[in-house]
Design a binder for this molecule. Sequence first.
Ligand code: SAM
Length: 283
Amino acid sequence: MELWYTEQHTKDVKFSIKVNKQLACVKSYYQRIDVFETNEFGRILTLDGFLMVTEKDEFIYHEMITHVPMAVNPKIKNVLVIGAGDGGTVRELTRYDTIENIDMVEIDKLVVEVCKEHLPSLACKLDDERVHLFFEDGLKFVRTKKEEYDLIIVDSTDPFGPGEGLFTREFYGNCFNALKADGILVNQHESPYYKDDARAMQRAHKQIKSVFPKSFVYQVHIPTYPSGHWLFGFASKKQDPVSDLDAEHWNSLGIKTKYYNTDLHKGCFAVPNYVKELLEENE
Ligand code: SAM
C-alpha cells in the first residue's frame, strides 16, 4: 500500500508527495500538526494539512527571509520574529554575531515542541542565549511596542486561521510603530500565481503600502509551495533594498549560503510583468 500527502493548491490542482511514514500527528488548541518522512523532500511539516516546510527546500525560504534585510542594514541588533515555529528563520539569524537579541513570538507552543523533536536541523538554534520565545499572538504582542526593533520578520501561516490578523492594516501599522527610524519589515507575502493566493498577495501589498513609505516585493523559487513562485515583502521607513544593499560588507562576513548571494539579491526585486500589474492594480 502507498501513502501520499496531498495538498490542494486550487480547486482543480493537487500536489502530492509520497510518504514513507508519519512521525507525528498532534492537535493543538490552534491547529493540527503533522510531520511525515518522505524520500524526495526529507521530513515535512504540515499545519492543518498545509505544507509549511520540507527539509529539502527550506533553505530557500529561510535564507531569503533573513539575509535580504541583513545585507541591507548590517547594524541590525534587535530582531522580532513572528510565527516561525519551525525555527528555520531563527537559525539563519543566529549566524550573525552582530545580532544581540531575537524575540520570537509563536502562537502555538506545540509547533515548537514538535519541530524540536522531529526537525532538529531547523529548530537547532531556538535555545541560543540571544533567543527569547514568547508563546502568544503576534498581533497582540506588537501592539505595545514602540521604536524597539531594527527588523521585524513575519514568518506566518497563510491569511486564515491564527495567521489572519498578521495580514491586516492594524498589524502592519503596529509593526511600523514597533520599528526604529531605520527599521525594516520583511513578511511572507503569498504567491502571485493562482487566483486566491494572488488576491491575498494584493491585499497584503495594499495594506503595507498604506503604512510604510517604502514597500517592495521580491521573489523566490520554492518547489513545494503552490506554483513554486513565492513572494516576500520588504517594507521600510528609509531604506531601498537594492540601492542600500551593502554587498561588500555582507560578502566580507563569509556566511556560506546555498541560495542567497548578493547578485541574486539585486535580481530578486525585478519581478515579472504580470506581478507588476497585479501590484499596480492596487495602487
Ligand atoms: N514557512 C511557512 C510557510 O509560509 O508556509 C511558515 C512557517 S511557520 C511554521 C508559521 C507559524 O506561524 C506557525 O507555527 C503558526 O503557529 C504561527 N502563527 C500563525 N498565526 C500566528 C499569530 N497570530 N501569532 C504568532 N504566530 C502565529
